[in-house]
Ligand binder design. Structure first.
Ligand code: UD1
Length: 418
């Protein structure tokens, strides 16, 4: 039987747990190493399946990767050996598209398989491509691959039609080596964009305004190596806090950046959890029963779509009716049917879910088809009466570093069964 997680629910979680570095900051940071011939050293790369995927991709492109004895990861791309990101890697992880901007900026050519559809919606990359065209790249699409060519990119004013996180990152990396000034309007303000900008600035890039909706980049001819510590994972932190809230427990996450969690913490308080912030520590004391709350996902600093499935697991147990509106991804409600199998009463209509709280969940065999949906089923299992088996754990492993070990440390009865 493939690997799954077995959870005996009903234990209030308690204690402290440290969060890992952010997956969504680690992936662009690793891709940024393509921009220079010198080594880029990252102090705290999380051990995740998605990180393994991008490492494999970078190795294909010519990177030497080394895990140092101090725990850091050193990436050196002395020269780009091949400019091609093959379909088998891009299809397992859409964020592989993050190599597109750096490759064309550094090597003058990039061939990246088009990611295609994925479980949570079509997620096209048209904004990445339109932006690169504005920077002077010639873009062609043949045989499922996008090919971008430019002898040297040229700075431009780019306004994306919508807010895209990896699109902003791709264009910021490409513009860092372009000739002249680039202005990115309608840029994503996610903390991971700011973290990438800090790394690029340490490499010698000239970037202002990252973290706002207008980023200005003055291109430089070359970038150098740098050392960088990746920001904490706000989604992992939020998931662990919900684990405290949903079990009526008392959980403290440490090593977090509370400012990056503002929308999630506000929503947990609205649900009746007691939240205490002290430096890089956030404590969540779960309510006897959650209060209902309405949630609308939106780009940062709004409520993150990557926390939508987890908060739904909590609201499913609330004393009343909640409404959840997903504005970022169509089709991101696949956890609903599985939560309903555990006793939840949730109905969806397009991008809206109406959640009628029930007093308890029952354990069940469940599976999920994406990363955060899997996390929501684990959370429901922690609160449920009886045993829950979550199948397809590989989705969870894409984005959480040993989630079950962290939950065990908080007292959860959860085991991985091969
Ligand atoms: C990133 C995160 C992901 C998170 C998402 C939204 C990484 C590696 N992943 O994904 O965890 O859920 O932000 O916060 O950082 N879109 C287009 N055209 C484009 C690009 C995007 O139409 O060229 C659409 C997408 O289909 C989606 C929306 O814009 O509906 C936002 O997507 P985007 O911000 O690009 O998500 P990712 O960067 O892929």
């Amino acid at each position: 039987m493939p690997t799954h997680l077995v959870i005996e629910g009903g234990v209030p979680l308690g204690g402290e747990v440290a969060v890992s570095a952010a997956k969504n900051a680690a992936l662009p940071a690793l891709a940024a190493a393509l921009l220079t011939a010198e080594p880029v050293t990252l102090d705290n790369v999380p051990l995740l399946a998605d990180v393994t995927t991008i490492r494999a991709l970078l190795a294909r492109l010519g990177a030497e990767l080394a895990d140092e004895s101090d725990g850091s990861t050193r990436v050196r791309v002395a020269s780009v050996a091949s400019p091609e990101a093959p379909y088998e890697l891009v299809s397992t992880m859409r964020a592989s598209v993050l190599v597109l901007g750096p490759l064309v900026a550094r090597a003058g050519v990039a061939r990246v398989a088009l990611p295609g559809g994925c479980a949570i919606g079509p997620r096209p990359v048209d904004q990445h491509l339109k932006g690169l065209q504005k920077l002077g790249a010639d873009i062609t699409i043949t045989n499922g691959y996008v090919e971008a060519r430019a002898s040297r990119l040229k700075g431009a004013r780019i306004t994306t039609d919508l807010v895209t996180v990896t699109g902003t990152e791709n264009l910021m990396m490409a513009a860092a080596l372009a000739e002249g000034t680039t202005v990115l309007e309608n840029a994503a303000r996610e903390p991971e964009v700011g973290d990438l900008a800090r790394l690029l600035i340490a490499m010698g890039a000239r970037i202002e305004g990252a973290g706002t909706e207008r980023i200005e980049i003055e291109g430089v001819p070359e970038l150098s190596g740098a050392r960088h510590r990746i920001i904490p994972d706000r989604i992992e932190a939020g998931t662990l806090l919900v684990a405290g809230a949903i079990t009526g427990g008392d959980v403290t996450v440490v090593g977090v950046s509370p400012r990056d969690l503002t929308a999630t913490l506000a929503k947990l308080e609205e649900c009746g959890a007691g939240i205490t912030v002290e430096g890089d520590r956030v404590r969540c004391q779960g309510p006897a029963r959650p209060q209902p709350a309405d949630v609308i996902t939106s780009p940062f600093p709004g409520f993150p779509t990557d926390m939508q499935a987890q908060i739904m697991a909590l609201l499913g147990l609330a004393d009343g009716v909640s409404k959840i509106t997903e504005t970022i991804f169509e089709n991101r409600f696949m956890h609903v049917a599985e939560l309903c199998r555990m006793g939840a009463r949730i109905e969806t209509d397009g991008s809206t879910a109406v959640v009628r709280g029930v007093p308890s969940y029952q354990g069940a065999q469940v599976m999920a088809t994406d990363l955060r949906a899997s996390a929501s089923l684990v959370l429901a299992g922690l609160a449920a009466r009886g045993t829950t088996e979550v199948a397809r754990v590989y989705h969870l492993d894409r984005g959480y570093e040993r989630l079950e070990t962290k939950l065990q440390r908080l007292g959860a009865r959860i085991t991985r069964v091969a």
